[in-house]
Design a protein around this ligand. Sequence first.
Ligand SMILES: Cc1cc2nc3c(=O)[nH]c(=O)nc-3n(C[C@H](O)[C@H](O)[C@H](O)COP(=O)(O)OP(=O)(O)OC[C@H]3O[C@@H](n4cnc5c(N)ncnc54)[C@H](O)[C@@H]3O)c2cc1C
Length: 267
Amino acid sequence: MSGATVRSRHGESRRAGGLRVTRVRYTERITPHMARITFADDELARLHSNGGDQHVALYFYEPGVELPRPFTTEAARAFLSVARPRLRRYTIRHHRPELGEVDMDFVLHGADQLASGWAERAAPGDEAIWFGPSPGWSLAPEAEWAVLLGDETALPAIGAILEQLPPGVGVTALIEVADRAEEQRLTTLADARIEWLHRGRRPAGELLLERASRLTPPPGPGRIWGAAERDVVRAIRRHFVEGLGVARSDTHLTPYWTRGETQDSEV
Ligand SMILES: Cc1cc2nc3c(=O)[nH]c(=O)nc-3n(C[C@H](O)[C@H](O)[C@H](O)COP(=O)(O)OP(=O)(O)OC[C@H]3O[C@@H](n4cnc5c(N)ncnc54)[C@H](O)[C@@H]3O)c2cc1C
C-alpha cells in the first residue's frame, strides 16, 4: 500500500499510507496524563515514514464485531456496509523500522472517552487497527525560522518536528500543558526556545492564545505550525493572518479537537 512520494513546495512528504493491523507491544505512562503506546507488526518495518506531524486514523469497531481476516484495506472497504468504525487521529511520535515499532502518545483526558479510555486500558497483545500515515509537515529548505504552537495533543507532533529541524533554524515553541509534571524533554539540533505554559485551572488553550497573540514572527522566510482546540486555533489564525498579515500559506494551523464534540462526525 505505498505510492510514489511527492514533495510539495513546502516540503511535505506525501506518500500514501495503508491499513495496518498491529498489536500493542508496550505501554508506558510518560507523564501523569500521557500514555505512550508502542504498536508492533512486521509490516511496520516497511512503513514509509513521512515524518513531521504525520498521523494515522485509529479504527474503533463496536465490541463483538467480527472482522473478516485477513483485514486488508480492500476488506475494510467492503466491510463498511456491515459495520463502520469510529475514527480517531493520532500522531506517529517515533518509528523504529528496525524493530517494526511505532510509538503514539495519547492524552488521557477521560477514561470514558473512546480513544483516551482505550489508551488508558491498553495492554500488551491488544489488537489495534489504523490507517496511515498521512503526509507530514516539514520546513522548506530556505526557511530561517519556525514557530510551533500547541497544547498537549500537539506535543507528539511538536516533538517529532523539533527532532527533524536542522541546526541554524530559529524556533520559538509555545506549548500549553496542565502543569509542570506534563512537561517532556524535547530534543532538537535547531536553535530552539521552548516555552512551557502551565494552564492550571484556566480553560484549555486560553493561555496559549494569550501568549501566541503577543508573538510577532521574525523577518525572513519561515512558517508557523500549530494545533490545539478548534476555537483556539481559529483565534490564533486570526492573529497571524488577519492581524499581522502573515500569508495563509506560511501557516499550518489545525484543529486537533473540539470542545464538547467527538471526532465521530469526521467518519
Ligand atoms: C491530525 C491529528 C493528530 C492528533 N494527534 C494526537 C496525538 O498524537 N495525541 C493525542 O492525544 N491527541 C491527538 N489528536 C487529538 C485527538 O484525536 C482528539 O483529542 C480526540 O478527540 C480524542 O478522541 P477521544 O475518543 O478520546 O475523544 P472524543 O470522543 O473525540 O471526544 C469526547 C469528548 O472529549 C473532549 N476532548 C477530546 N480531546 C480532548 C483533550 N485533549 N482534552 C480535553 N478534552 C478533550 C471532546 O471535546 C469531547 O467532549 C490529534 C488530532 C488530529 C486531528
